[in-house]
Design a protein around this ligand. Structure first.
Ligand code: PBG
Length: 333
């Protein structure tokens, strides 16, 4: 061991590249910008904005407030938002019929936003869970207990068309039914909605990290975890996820998404290697809640932690990130 006064003979000193702000900036391999971020926006029919207890800092907005919030985000540099509705229980049924209503909440909010912020890209989820009284993403057969694939796909096609006609730029099927990307693409094209893109939740895991989101849209049933394992992926499976990404690409997806993001960086990296399409990642509600909760306790630095979490998702290979931190990133409250 060298004494502290002595010099080692070192031919490699990697710390030279970290010694000053200038060199650190020059050799930075990736960076975050508002251009990379999609802000999820929760909407509801009426009333003042409501906080979501398990997602401090995130709110449900009435259509007018949602449009105002979207405009603020756009003015601050966020290129896109993703809309999620929270419906009163009385409007939900077993088949999610309210999701097909062209005068429903999401089409209404889309029109409001497009009027005020025409340049803002609007993405809307295609899945039945905000509209079903059981909280599943598909049609539930009470006799078999199954989520029925093909009847669900027909409804999703209809929903995608309704959303396209309302003016969304991308529909985002988040349901994980087989064959839905191809069917939705065909249904949009048949309705002369070629301009509407499909951002597929291609690799979506059955994750415990969706809990707070289910509070936000009111799809949580009981205290526990709603079991979606017959359609969402097993968190243990990488190859199965890559296969899903491949299928969605073949079926005509424009963008492939991996979800959640932080616990699945290996999946993001592999999807990035496998495709030439843009890759999106969704930093989900539970990932947000973890950082916010630890920061509220004073256990981590909020700003540094969330920026690091997003940078890591970028480094893994995501071109765009859905994140509840998007408003904070651009200073919109
Ligand atoms: C449902 C949907 C979910 C999310 C986005 N769309 C949850 C689920 O599958 O239950 C989760 C987003 C989040 O947790 O932030 N189709």
């Amino acid at each position: 061991m060298a004494k502290s006064s002595e010099k080692l003979v070192l031919r490699r000193r990697p710390r030279r590249l970290r010694a000053t702000e200038g060199v650190r900036r020059l050799i930075e391999e990736c960076s975050l910008s508002a251009n990379d971020l999609v802000a999820p926006v929760f909407c509801k029919e009426s009333g003042p904005r409501e906080g979501i207890e398990s997602m401090p800092g995130v709110f449900r907005h009435n259509p007018d407030d949602a449009a105002r919030f979207a405009l603020d985000l756009h003015d601050a540099g966020i290129p896109a938002i993703a809309l999620f509705p929270c419906l009163p229980e009385g409007k939900k049924d077993a088949k999610g019929s309210a999701g097909l209503d062209p005068t429903g909440l999401v089409p209404h909010v889309v029109r409001e936003i497009k009027e005020r912020a025409p340049g803002l890209l609007v993405i809307a989820d295609v899945a039945l869970d905000p509209y079903t009284n059981h909280g599943h993403d598909g049609v539930w057969n009470p006799e078999s207990g199954e989520i029925e694939n093909d009847p669900t796909v027909f409804l999703l096609c209809e929903m995608a068309r309704v959303l396209g006609e309302a003016g969304v730029d991308f529909v985002a099927p988040s349901d994980m039914m087989d064959g839905r990307v191809g069917a939705i693409r065909a249904s949009l094209d048949a309705a002369e909605l070629e301009r509407v893109g499909v951002l597929a939740y291609a690799v979506k895991f059955a994750s415990a990290f969706y809990g707070p989101f289910r509070d936000a849209i009111g799809s949580r049933r009981g205290k526990g975890y709603l079991d979606k394992r017959t359609y969402q992926l097993n968190p243990a499976n990488l190859r199965e996820g890559l296969r899903e990404a491949q299928l969605d690409e073949e079926e005509g997806a424009d963008i492939l998404m991996v979800k959640p993001a932080g616990p699945y960086l290996d999946v993001i990296a592999k999807v990035r290697d496998q495709t030439l399409l843009p890759v999106a990642a969704y930093q989900v509600s539970g990932e947000y809640a973890q950082i916010v909760a630890a920061a509220k306790n004073g256990w981590i630095d909020w700003e540094a932690a969330y920026r690091e979490s997003l940078l890591a998702i970028k480094r893994a290979g995501a071109d765009l990130i859905f994140t509840y931190f998007a408003p904070s990133f651009v200073g919109v409250a």
